[in-house]
Design a protein around this ligand. Sequence first.
Ligand SMILES: Nc1ncnc2c1ncn2[C@@H]1O[C@H](COP(=O)(O)OP(=O)(O)OP(=O)(O)O)[C@@H](O)[C@H]1O
Ligand SMILES: [Mg+2]
Length: 285
Amino acid sequence: MPIILKNVSYTYQINTPFMRKALRDINLHLGNHEILGILGGTGSGKTTLLQIITGLLTPDSGQIVIDEADIKHYRKKTVNIFDKIGIVFQVPEEQIFEKSVFAEVAFGLQKKKLSPAEISRRVESALLSVGLSEDYYQRFTYSLSSGEKRRLAIASVLVLETEYIFFDEPTAGLDYEGRTLLLDNIKKLNEEKRIGMIIVSHDPLELFNVCHKCVFLKDGQLIFSGDLQAWRDNYEFLTGQGMVFPKSQQLVCELKRRGWDLKGEMKNFEEVAARIINCYDDISN
Ligand SMILES: Nc1ncnc2c1ncn2[C@@H]1O[C@H](COP(=O)(O)OP(=O)(O)OP(=O)(O)O)[C@@H](O)[C@H]1O
Ligand SMILES: [Mg+2]
C-alpha cells in the first residue's frame, strides 16, 4: 500500500519572529515496496519531510495518507504509526538509551510477545546486517564511536521489521566499507522483505545506486521527481537549479549532447564504461 502526500505545507514557529516555511505544497507518492531517495541542499526541508510523514510534526495544510488511511487515524492509541514505519534519525545518539548494544536492539521488541529465542534471532540478524559482530553484544553503548552508534541505531530499527523504514542520512559518518555494507543491506531488505523505504542523502551517486526514483527538494519545494533516466533527461533544468550530478552521469549527459544517446540504467562508472565499450564494439564491427 502506498504513502501519499497531497499539497502538504509546514511552517516552523508560526506567528513568531523565528517563523520559517519549511515545506511548500508537497505532493509525493511512495509506491508499494519502493525505495525513494530525497536529495536537496542543507535546510531544503528533507528532515522536516520525514518528520511530517511519521506524524512527528503536523502539517499546516494538505493531507497525508498511509495505506489508505489518513495520518490522523494513527494518532489513536490503538493504531501506532511506529508499528508501521521505522525511522533512523539524522543524529543516531538521539535514539540510543540502553546500556549494552544487545539490550538496545532488543528494546523495541519488549512489547511484542516474542520468545527469548526469537528475540535473540532477530537481534543477531539485525546486528549482522549492519556489520556489528558478536564482540559488540555486551559493549556499552556510550563507548561506541559515532559510526558504530549509527550502525546500532539502524539495527534497532531493522529489528522491528516494519513495513516502511525511513533513513535520514544513514551513511553520514560511515567509512567506505560501512557505507557499502549498509547500502547492500538496504537493497537486500527491500528485495527480500519488500520493505518500502525513503532515504535522505546529500550524495546522489549513493541514491541513484539504490533508489527506484529520487525527488529533489529546494527551499521546501519539491521541484523534481523521477527515475535516473528522467533525471538525465532533465539535466540542464536540474543543474540550473543547483543539482550537481555524479561524474558518471555528467559523462552520459555530455555524450548525449554530442550525439551518443546511451540508453539504460548506468548507475555508476563501471556500468557507463561497459555501455560505451559495447557501443564502440557495435560501431567497429
Ligand atoms: N525548530 C525550528 N524552528 C525554526 N526553523 C527550523 C526549525 N527546525 C528546522 N528549521 C528550518 O527549516 C528548514 C528545513 O530544515 P530541515 O532540517 O528539514 O532541513 P534539511 O534539508 O534536513 O537540512 P540538512 O541537510 O542540513 O539536514 C531549515 O531552514 C531550518 O533552519
Ligand atoms: Mg536534515
